[in-house]
Ligand binder design. Structure first.
Ligand SMILES: Nc1ncnc2c1ncn2[C@@H]1O[C@H](COP(=O)(O)OP(=O)(O)OP(=O)(O)O)[C@@H](O)[C@H]1O
Ligand SMILES: Nc1nc2c(ncn2[C@@H]2O[C@H](COP(=O)(O)O)[C@@H](O)[C@H]2O)c(=O)[nH]1
Length: 199
């Protein structure tokens, strides 16, 4: 696929991926674009269809997967999630760095494709702090929280595999984590800015 090199964000649910990537896109709206995933989970208060996710039924999503419309898809905490080819193409058509926010299964599956992104892991400072952030976010049932914390334990182990991620950022203090993120992406940001000013 054409355009600048995409960036994959992964890491346990509650680690702060959305918080960091929203900040990044807001500060660099002519540089980054978000790949809007599909999901079968219900929207949270404040989320918008087509901006945060495309909210679909399991039947519709399964049919689209069977039809070859997805680059990757995964079952996470009882729901389907997936990156459509159209979502990535929509960002790349604008010559922006495409940001994907995906779970560890997605990372493994993207590695089998020709997307060739940079892989960034966002990690919580500890499991205790992760649980507190997820509880304080007030978006999960006790059952969903349990599943997400279980997945987080598995993710944290898998992310230690050498070569799995290009950059690991521990999101303890938000401003420090954001500064580290921008530093990791500085070269790619400058490349895109340069092509925009020369065209
Ligand atoms: N550095 C931080 N310090 C304290 N709270 C934070 C920090 N970063 C994020 N949070 C808060 O933690 C909660 C989880 O963050 P966020 O929703 O961004 O996580 P996420 O990794 O995108 O989760 P999910 O994968 O479930 O979408 C939010 O309420 C957010 O405001
Ligand atoms: N494999 C994929 N994982 C995805 C995708 N979109 C989001 N996600 C991941 O799901 C969990 C839960 O997200 P939430 O919004 O319900 O909290 C989180 O880890 C996301 O990174 C996707 O398209 N593919």
């Amino acid at each position: 696929m054409a355009g600048p090199r995409p960036v994959v964000f992964s890491g346990p649910s509650g680690a702060g991926k959305s918080t960091l990537l929203k900040k990044l896109i807001k500060e660099h709206e002519n540089v980054f674009g978000f790949s809007v995933s599909h999901t079968t989970r219900n929207p949270r208060p404040g989320e918008e269809n087509g901006r945060d996710y495309h909210y679909v039924t399991r039947e519709a999503m399964q049919a689209a997967i069977n039809n070859g419309e997805f680059i990757e898809n995964a079952e996470f905490s009882g729901n389907l999630y997936g990156t459509s080819k159209a979502a990535v193409q929509a960002v790349q058509a604008k010559n922006l760095i495409c940001i994907l926010d995906i779970d560890m299964q997605g990372v493994k599956n993207i590695k089998k494709t020709d997307l060739n992104p940079m892989y960034i892991s966002i990690q919580p400072p500890s499991m205790e702090i992760l649980e507190k952030r997820l509880r304080d976010r007030n978006t999960e049932s006790e059952e969903s929280l349990r599943k997400r914390l279980h997945a987080a334990n598995v993710d944290m182990e898998l992310s230690k595999e050498p070569g799995m991620f290009d950059v690991v950022i521990v999101n303890d203090n938000l401003e420090d984590a954001y500064k580290n993120l921008k530093q990791a992406l500085l070269e790619e940001i400058n490349k895109v800015k340069k092509t925009k000013t020369s065209s």
